[in-house]
Design a protein around this ligand. Structure first.
Ligand SMILES: [Zn+2]
Ligand SMILES: [Zn+2]
Length: 201
């Protein structure tokens, strides 16, 4: 049985099957690239999930396992609407990127659990009866990697480096709050934050 630490579910807010799916995806991707959990921002993770569907809970699992987080800007979502992730590490030129996707057969199997019926009827994940939650989470954790995932190398993966981060900030002429330089708007030669710049024009 695979394990997801309790803090991951606590951070996420409820127990659900897509947190362990993302967590395991992240573990597989890190092992395939031969990298450890990221402490800073070198390693990059891309979720293929988007915004207008369920299953995005997967992304909290990916962040927890890999240390690639939205806050550190080394986690992004590609909005393909697919249960898959790509991991990239710039220091591994010979095996730069790997993709881990949930097999369609596993996706089908997940749909047969009572948990999913509750969710489709509109029950929030935190209110699904514990037995139904345990059943589906245990199923995810007990499956082999091969049963759940397809793993592929992406030799041609193109990565757009994020803009370099800056410590430089200036005070907005109107509200007096600090604004980091890339977001400063100059109106008549004076610096403004975006909301204030609309009134200054
Ligand atoms: Zn969830
Ligand atoms: Zn302002």
């Amino acid at each position: 049985m695979n394990i997801v630490p309790q803090w991951v579910f606590e951070f996420h807010g409820h127990r659900c099957p897509f947190v362990p799916i993302g967590y395991r995806m992240g573990q597989v991707a890190m092992r395939e690239l031969g990298v450890d959990r990221e402490q800073n921002s070198s390693l990059h993770a891309f979720s293929e999930m988007g915004a207008s569907h369920h299953n995005t809970c997967m992304e909290d699992g990916i962040q927890a396992a890999t240390g690639c987080t939205y806050a550190k800007r080394n986690m992004e979502h590609l909005d393909y609407g697919k249960a898959a992730m790509i991991m990239y590490h710039p220091e591994h030129p010979d095996r730069r990127a790997v993709r881990v996707s949930l097999k369609p057969e596993a996706f089908d199997r997940l749909g047969k659990f009572e948990f999913i019926n509750y969710r489709k009827k509109g029950t929030p994940a935190s209110e699904v009866p514990g037995k139904a939650v345990k059943e589906i989470v245990d199923w995810v954790l007990s499956q082999t990697e091969e049963e759940l995932f397809t793993v592929e190398r992406l030799p041609d993966f193109a990565f757009r480096e994020p803009e370099p981060k800056t410590f430089a900030k200036v005070k907005c002429t109107k509200c007096g709050e600090y604004v980091f330089e890339p977001q400063v708007h100059i109106v008549k030669g004076k610096p403004y934050c975006l909301p204030c710049s609309r009134y200054a024009k």
